[in-house]
Design a protein around this ligand. Sequence first.
Ligand SMILES: Cc1cc2nc3c(=O)[nH]c(=O)nc-3n(C[C@H](O)[C@H](O)[C@H](O)COP(=O)(O)OP(=O)(O)OC[C@H]3O[C@@H](n4cnc5c(N)ncnc54)[C@H](O)[C@@H]3O)c2cc1C
Length: 473
Amino acid sequence: MPTRPKIDQAETAYLTNMSHFTKRLSQGQKPAGTNNRKGDATGFDSAGRALPEACDVAIIGGGVVGVAAALTLAERGHSIVLCEKGRVACEQSSRNWGWIRRLGRDPAELPLMQESLELWRAWAHRVGTDIGFREHGITYLAETESEFNRRTHWLRTAGQYASDAVVLDGAATDRLLGRSDHRFFGAVRIADDARAEPSLAVPALAAMAEREGAHIAEGVAVRTLLRTAGRVCGLATDAGPVRANSVILAGGIWSRVLLENEGVGFPQLAVRASVMRTAPGPSIGPGAFGTEGASLRPRLDGGYTIARAGAAHLDLVPAALRYLSEFVPLIRNNWRILSLSVGRDFFGPLGYQRWAEDEPSPFEAMRCMSPEPDLPLLGQALATARRRFPALAEIPVSERWAGLIDTMPDERPVIDAVRGLPGLVVASGFSGHGFGIGPGGGAMAADLATGNRPAVDPSPFRLSRYASKPLRT
Ligand SMILES: Cc1cc2nc3c(=O)[nH]c(=O)nc-3n(C[C@H](O)[C@H](O)[C@H](O)COP(=O)(O)OP(=O)(O)OC[C@H]3O[C@@H](n4cnc5c(N)ncnc54)[C@H](O)[C@@H]3O)c2cc1C
């Protein structure tokens, strides 16, 4: 495959660049052209470009959701300014597994996932570079009958959106994997579930949005919303104000922090998940595979991205206590794989703080959240992967990393206008599966922000489904 080394280099270059950038920022250096001293803004992004003073829609956050909203709106001719405090995709959107799946998804999200898949197809075709988008299928493998029953139970809830899912018995699973060791009791598979390379895809889509006219401002932290007569009318950033007719908040784990500072409660917690990638190895079958204890996705560079599904760690911060009652069912259902502790960061940037538009915010204190991976957990996942796929018995690990996932009590995002803050749309809380659904989520936010009817019913994503009340008015 002649393209593999080239793509690997492109990805490595992005990650190396990102880590230099993050290091510079964490050492207290500002990106070129900006200044975050109190009340002092120079009006430039990290590329030294002047921040536009006004636009139709301002977007907070350069992850897959913010970028998708920017691309959608720029293609429709709106003027867009997207502010990203670090670099495009520097948090969840480059750290994820790269799965784009219907399989196992909350049925309420399936129409939006279908819409997202169409967008992935269209954008991958037009983006002008290989972002690793491949529809080679996703398969959940079951070693035991009870695991098989659990996996196939989902089919009964998924309805028409899973009509092309196939259930495989042990012999058919062996054939799919090209094996004859009867290791698996059976499997469930969707053949056109997909994948993409996160650290290639999101920056490439951001570049496409720029070609369509959006201004993507990296190194610009949004401190607060600007309001006039009670309506949101723009952003106060560390590089100066941006006026806008409406604002989309796609801030990942930071959405709660910003909303709380505006007096709005948002029941979102950040849980840490760890991932690794391997050196190139032999094929183990078509597409990505989920098994109990280890999930594997083939990468463009010929290696595998491996992690353990659902295994995560929650560092308790004040918000975790405030919203705890709403999270009890989620914690109870996942107690086997979710660990909790009161971390060093109890009073860190994700803790409880207040600041004004002319004061430095937590977003400047942490340009890129890059938590430490859980090495013992990754060791177990690797051992499981090697056991289940003997062809990978010797495969070496090339890199380990972690990311914080923006989790909501029902693990479904909010894509909605915010009562009490007219002019603001939130698209956040994608709860560990927003890479796949991010294009549709961004497009839905774009529609809501500009008064268009979304392509898909937005009611499953309403903010009002939560009990959280405004913190103050
Ligand atoms: C380890 C891991 C594995 C995952 N695996 C998958 C998977 O296989 N498939 C899948 O579908 N999903 C997966 N996910 C989830 C997926 O990555 C996320 O749901 C998705 O990337 C969320 O995108 P986002 O744009 O909402 O948030 P993010 O990617 O977190 O982007 C938010 C951005 O906003 C910026 N920002 C925040 N506040 C401000 C501010 N005030 N000013 C300026 N900028 C700001 C941040 O710097 C950040 O870059 C995984 C996540 C993790 C961590």
